[in-house]
Design a protein around this ligand. Structure first.
Ligand code: 25A
Ligand code: L14
Length: 337
């Protein structure tokens, strides 16, 4: 764990990015015991400031000397930065909580969602990882059902917002929309195609199998977090023109039959889950109502009538919060508890 103190030296690597900014906000909101905040970024942002607990804090350039005296380092500056600097930070004595894909599948790195596998924290060796945003919200919703009825197979399609890619992608959606409303021709830079008024079945890189890396993360990370290498997962991940909030259509096949009502009863008391399932009043989770919230919202629960033991669910969460920053800060809370 982390040596007990009244308050901690906390570094945020990638502090000026979409996730880094949310990390700083969540640390403040949850009153995490921060003695001093150390915002770190590339040389492009060094010298600027971020606001924390009412004060402006200067952003410093990330270097190999950034981690002397740091207790906890939250990383969200991409895989390359994490690959290079997480071991340096851990060697300097910090505990690293990494939001990138760099370390998630490393056998020496616990991959933790506090509602699902808090016990895995115990075996960390200085680096812990927080899963992919799409995986996190799916396992928070499915773990309680798995405990009750054993999930054998998951078929999932995601509808992922542009904030997952970062700030430039959010600006690109805004700019393209403005250009199109003036009947102009947008020029995509971040994505390979126009994202405004469109859907791209393409997140992260394609593999020779035809799947994307994002789709395969949902298989491998789910197995690691759930501690069950037999669960079968097949995913299709799609980028949609939404700023914040990922949605997922999830179909599960269980060993034991679960009715829709049983699933609702289980999810109504599940940690980190908000059941939001009243179609008669047109109430179902949507990114617009879930953005800014901490819980994983679940609705549209139905029995899959095409198989004996199947359920369909619609799962929505704020990808910057539970999908990234909040999950990382929750891990930090467990470490200092
Ligand atoms: O693991 P992966 O797949 O490799 O991807 C992880 C990345 O995905 C984003 C997040 O990017 C993360 O870094 N992400 C979003 N949601 C996620 C989720 N749920 C998620 N990842 C996982 N799970 P981001 O945009 O939120 O943050 C990027 C931050 O990283 C800092 N950074 C980049 N390189 C760095 C570095 N910091 C230190 N050393 C480096 N070498 C980056 O800071 C940002 O804070 P910055 O100072 O470089 O950028 C601040 C502003 O500068 C502009 N900018 C960015 N890149 C360029 C640029 N300007 C010019 N040229 C560039 N190449 C931006 O406008 C930015 O706002
Ligand atoms: O954390 O939405 O592995 O483009 C990398 C791609 C996060 C989402 C990760 C995106 C993802 C990101």
């Amino acid at each position: 764990m982390v040596k007990k103190k009244a308050a901690y030296q906390v570094a945020v690597v990638g502090a000026t990015g979409a996730v880094g900014a949310e990390m700083i906000q969540v640390l403040k909101e949850r009153k995490f015991p921060v003695e001093t905040l150390h915002p770190l970024a590339s040389s492009r942002s060094a010298g600027g400031t971020v606001s924390f607990r009412g004060a402006d804090v200067t952003v410093k350039e990330l270097t190999k000397d950034s981690f002397a005296d740091i207790d906890i380092a939250l990383f969200s500056a991409g895989s390359d930065v994490s690959k290079d600097y997480a071991p340096i930070a851990a060697k300097a004595g910090a505990v690293v909580i990494d939001n990138s894909a760099a370390w998630r599948m490393d056998k020496d790195v616990p991959l933790v969602v506090p509602e699902v596998n808090p016990h895995d924290l115990a075996w960390h060796k200085g680096i812990l990882a927080t899963p992919n945003c799409s995986t996190i919200q799916m396992v928070v919703a499915l773990k309680p059902l798995h405990d009750e009825a054993r999930i054998q197979r998951i078929v999932v399609t995601t509808f992922q917002s542009v904030s997952g890619t970062g700030k430039e992608a959010m600006e690109e959606l805004m700019e393209e929309s403005k250009v199109l409303l003036r009947f102009g021709q947008p020029e995509p830079k971040v994505y390979p195609h126009q994202i405004a008024f469109n859907c791209l079945p393409h997140i992260d890189e394609f593999l020779p199998t035809g799947y994307t890396k994002e789709e395969m993360k949902m298989l491998h990370e789910t197995r690691k977090i759930m501690g069950d290498a037999t669960i079968r997962v097949t995913a299709t991940t799609v980028r949609v023109p939404v700023y914040i909030g990922h949605s997922e259509a999830v179909n599960i096949e269980t060993e034991r039959k679960l009715t829709a009502n049983e699933a609702r009863a289980i999810l109504s008391t599940a940690p980190g889950v908000q059941l939001y399932d009243d179609p008669a009043h047109a109430l179902y989770p949507m990114p617009l109502i879930v953005a800014g919230q901490d819980e994983v919202y679940v609705g549209r629960i139905r029995e899959d009538e095409s198989i004996p033991n199947g359920l369909n669910l619609w799962v929505v969460a704020d990808n910057l919060r539970k999908g990234a920053a909040l999950n990382a800060v929750q891990i930090a809370e467990l470490l200092v508890r």
